[in-house]
Design a protein around this ligand. Structure first.
Ligand code: ADP
Length: 557
């Protein structure tokens, strides 16, 4: 602004001063022009009086005269000239001033020299005898005059420029000083020019408004950051080119990003086909939903475009949801369903086959009893299987609230042992219960299922004459239930898998002894339901010990 103001003042002052200079020269030139004409007319009148009274001889007395004096006869013939030989001069009848003087008594004209550098003024007066007396004078034209004073004019112009420069810079600085000194954060309107006071007031109020808006925006941005950073889902916001505008902590965790990636293209996060597909879709204004696997985890990418008022996409929001658990559950459910159908189909096929043979009379009467026994065994297995499936699905429904009570784990184990006593006797296995009466706040039915299944396995996978022992003990804040046997034991590679649904080490052996492959799954669920942990130690040929640890303290009864 200082520059602009300076330029304005500078050129205006130069223009003003130069105009003044030109005008002064013009006025002066005009003034001297008029003076010359007046002088010429006075001189011509004075000389004409002299000639009228003294005759032509009067002219011979004016040798000192600086101006040119010519006497012309009324027929145009030159009678006298103080500068040239009269006889050698041509006829003057056609000259403007002579013609005028002969006609009206006075004539005047002016003519430029051949070089145009001089101008000659003529003034002619008609004498009493009819002749004409003409006085003429030379003077410079304005251009030759200017040319002759070029040097001083250049000095004056230079002076004008320098003076304009100094004055302009000082004036422009002085004008802008109060404006530059205005503190827009806290303006003192009285100090400024009254003309710009409304503008300052407006700027001040706008400033205040913008400040408040910035504060609100910052607050909102912080709120958004807190919310988005605490989201377990990843949130990614991109512009229309796919450059990252914002992302939350979960994105950094999922994509293992350590540096700030704001402003970089979203493809630098991941270049997989699914990710590209989602990004392309959202940038072309479409919704996209893709499942995507990264570092052994599954993510669902849900993308929604953001539109401008004219309907074109100006970017998009991509939500990255970790669905590993959901996918694992889905896989488990799938496996479980196909396993259940398979497990149910096997005994049913046997029952169907045997009953078909019986009904068609293909079985000898003495074998009917054996076949009927087979049907009974298969039906029994079917019942067990259905019971276990029902129990598992019940335990799966975590959301269903169950009644809890103080359960005496010792009594519970005793009950389970009692009901399994006939099986143990049949297999010649000894049962032993030791430890304290301890109470646990839990669901009795589920805890009973847990102990029953552990005991059932310990008997089932035992050797004739073997032992099964249930021990109850407590340590600081923990209660431990141990079920150990001296049975067949397990190879170490199976230990991590025996809690999976339908996992059996020796399928045919398990089937033969009525196993469903769901017992330990039920046990694991029951333990987890009570916030406990289960571990297993086993030595093939020597025996197995299952240890259940409950974190919740148990009270002694
Ligand atoms: P099942 O109905 O077949 O017994 P479980 O889920 O109860 O199914 O057990 C899974 C597998 O773990 C069994 O098939 C068996 O091979 C093994 N197992 C479980 N308990 C014992 C144990 N006490 N001793 C040896 N093997 C066992």
């Amino acid at each position: 602004m200082t520059k602009k103001l300076f330029k304005g003042i500078f050129f205006t002052s130069i223009l003003t001063m130069l105009s003044c200079l030109v005008l002064i020269i013009g006025v002066l030139y005009g003034y001297y022009d008029n003076r010359l004409k007046t002088e010429l007319s006075e001189k011509a009148n004075y000389l004409s009086c002299g000639v009228n009274t003294g005759g032509e001889g009067y002219l011979s007395t004016i040798h000192s005269e600086t101006d040119r004096v010519t006497l012309i006869k009324n027929d145009g013939k030159v009678l006298f000239d103080n500068r040239a030989e009269a006889k050698s001069m041509g006829n003057h009848k056609d000259r403007t001033e002579i013609k005028e003087a002969l006609k009206s008594g006075i004539g005047q004209s002016s003519r430029y020299s051949d070089t145009l550098s001089e101008k000659t003024y003529y003034y002619a007066v008609k004498l009493q005898n009819g002749d004409v007396l003409r006085v003429s004078s030379d003077r410079y034209t304005i251009w030759s005059l200017l040319l002759s004073v070029l040097q001083p004019i250049c000095v004056i112009i230079l002076f004008i420029v320098v003076l304009s420069f100094i004055l302009s810079s000082s004036v422009s600085r002085r004008i802008l000083k109060p404006i530059n000194e205005i503190d827009l954060q806290n303006p003192n309107i009285d100090e400024a020019y009254p003309e710009i006071a409304p503008l300052i007031e407006k700027i001040y109020s706008q400033n205040k408004k913008i400040k408040q808006q910035m504060k609100d925006l910052k607050k909102r941005e912080q709120e958004f950051k807190v919310i988005s950073d605490n989201m377990s889902e990843g949130l990614l916001i991109v512009d229309r080119r796919g450059d990252i505008l914002s992302y939350n902590n979960s994105i950094a965790v999922f994509f293992q990003i350590e540096t700030d990636i704001k402003g970089q293209n979203a493809l630098m996060l991941n270049r997989s086909e699914s990710f590209r597909k989602v990004l392309d879709a959202v940038l072309s204004g479409n919704h996209a939903d893709e499942l995507y696997r990264l570092h052994d985890r599954y993510f669902e990418l849900i993308a929604n475009p953001v539109f401008k008022s004219d309907g074109t996409a100006k970017g998009g929001v991509i939500l990255v949801v970790d669905v590993t658990e959901r996918e694992a559950r889905e896989k488990l459910r799938h496996e479980f369903t196909s396993n259940v159908s398979h497990e149910l189909k096997t005994p049913l096929t046997s029952i169907y086959g045997i009953s078909d043979m019986l009904s068609s009379g293909m079985v000898k009467p003495e074998d009917v009893r054996t076949f009927a026994g087979d049907i009974h065994t298969e039906a029994d297995r079917l019942i067990h299987l259905v019971e276990d499936i029902i129990e598992l699905s019940r335990l799966d429904e975590d959301s269903v609230p169950r009644e809890t009570e103080n359960v005496d784990l010792y009594e519970l184990s005793k009950e389970a042992m009692h009901s399994l006593k006939p099986v143990a006797t049949e297999k010649n296995v000894n049962l032993e219960l030791c430890g304290e009466h301890l109470s646990l706040n839990g669901t009795k039915k589920i805890l009973y299922e847990m102990v029953y299944n552990l005991l059932d396995n310990a008997i089932k996978y035992n050797k004739p004459g073997g032992d099964v022992k249930v021990e109850l003990s407590k340590t600081a804040g923990e209660t431990v239930l141990k079920v150990s046997d001296t049975g067949i034991g397990m190879e170490p590679q199976h230990l991590s898998r025996i809690f999976e649904r339908f996992y059996r080490i020796d399928k045919s052996h398990s089937k033969k002894i009525g196993g469903t492959g769901l017992g330990l799954s039920i046990v694991k669920h029951a333990v987890q339901y009570h916030d406990g942990e289960i571990s297993v130690q086993s030595t093939p040929g020597e025996g197995t010990t299952f240890t259940v640890t409950f974190k919740q303290p148990m009270g002694e009864l």
